[in-house]
Design a protein around this ligand. Sequence first.
Ligand code: 7TS
Length: 434
Amino acid sequence: MHCRTAKEISMNISHSLATGSPAPRDNSPQFDVSAIRSQFPILERRIHGYPLAYLDNAATSQKPGAVIDAIQRFYLQHNANVHRGVYQLSEEATRDYEASRDKVRQFINARERAEIIFVRGTTEAINLVAHSFAKPFLSPGDEILISTLEHHSNIVPWQIICQQTGARLRVIPISDAGEIDAAAFDALLSPTCRLLSLTHVSNTLGTINPIQQMIRQAHQHGIPVLIDGAQAVPHLKVDVQALDADFYAFSGHKVYGPTGIGVLYGKRERLETMQPYQGGGDMISEVTFEHTEYNELPYRFEAGTPNIAGAIGLGCALDYIQAIGLAQIAHHEQALLAYATRALSTIEGLRLIGTASDKAGILSFVMDAAHAHDISTVLDQAGVAIRAGHHCTMPLMARLGVAATARASLALYNNRADIDALVAGLHEVKRMFK
Ligand code: 7TS
């Protein structure tokens, strides 16, 4: 599907570069944040009378008009089921759905489109690997290795599999700054370790794990690796071949795409060893009451009518961010992270949690003055949206000795005004709770 608005924004940005129009204060020279903001209709909203400062991007990102248009265009003009109708609409729906698979393949540099499986999101991708890949080869005494930084989505599926197989969950410890303990990791790569499942970027602390090195180490011991890329894909260029990950999972809704769609990348040689996760339509090539032949990759793992509009919206979102450029996005977000870190550090009684040297744009903090939920409630009154709580990382909270944190998380459309609104709101929190 033609993603017009993404092309338009890239042309607009190129034009402002070519014409040398002055970059606003909080822009990198190649990144016009106000042009980008104008592409996100929801950013025009006012909340309680204030401009929206949306800083909960780790939970879900806002959607550009291009993505909203692509979804609407599908339902207005092309809606039909995929892979079955021999008529024009179904052929168009199939073409656009499969074109999105090609976009995902190119986006993460997978070797072939058969290695791209559309799923509901990161959570489903991890459950798929747990049940179809890991469970069949696990037995009592085997170990699955995760880290202290993991989201519940990368803990609970493994606990379920451990209960079913007698395998044991082992956890890589972290430093107080929120970084993987490299020596402990090395020691945990024992002959009984059968799988490493690791987050690329921590959703609570922002820590960027050195996954390329860690994957290499795991492979030296013959251990396959699943990477949870939910918080990485919106911010970093991911190349699954360079990383050599066996599996890589992410969600569409955190990368400016719709909810209910995500991706599991798997190396062909891994996927070919796996039984289907779910049975149903589309994942078969032939069915009798006695026996079923499964479909080829990737369809073997896509049972039932998929989220067609979601996949098309995701393809458009990937076009959109590539038109802007992952390097430019990372540069902008890192500059804003530095600005926000400096600003929050000046607030007395506020403690930043998570100070890894390599961090994505996530700022978790606690305040002496107020509980995280009170902070969030007060900020909301000024139009500032952050998340408060355990961020689905309760074991990490326990390790850090906090029950909850307030968390501001950045996206490509955030600007210094958003951070200034956050800081002003935090001063208001101190005034109210002093
Ligand atoms: N893994 C990580 C690292 C995540 O941050 C999340 C969601 C998931 C997995 C699950 O993704 P889903 O799309 O399948 O739900 N993280 C968050 C968060 O930080 N706040 O809300 C959701």
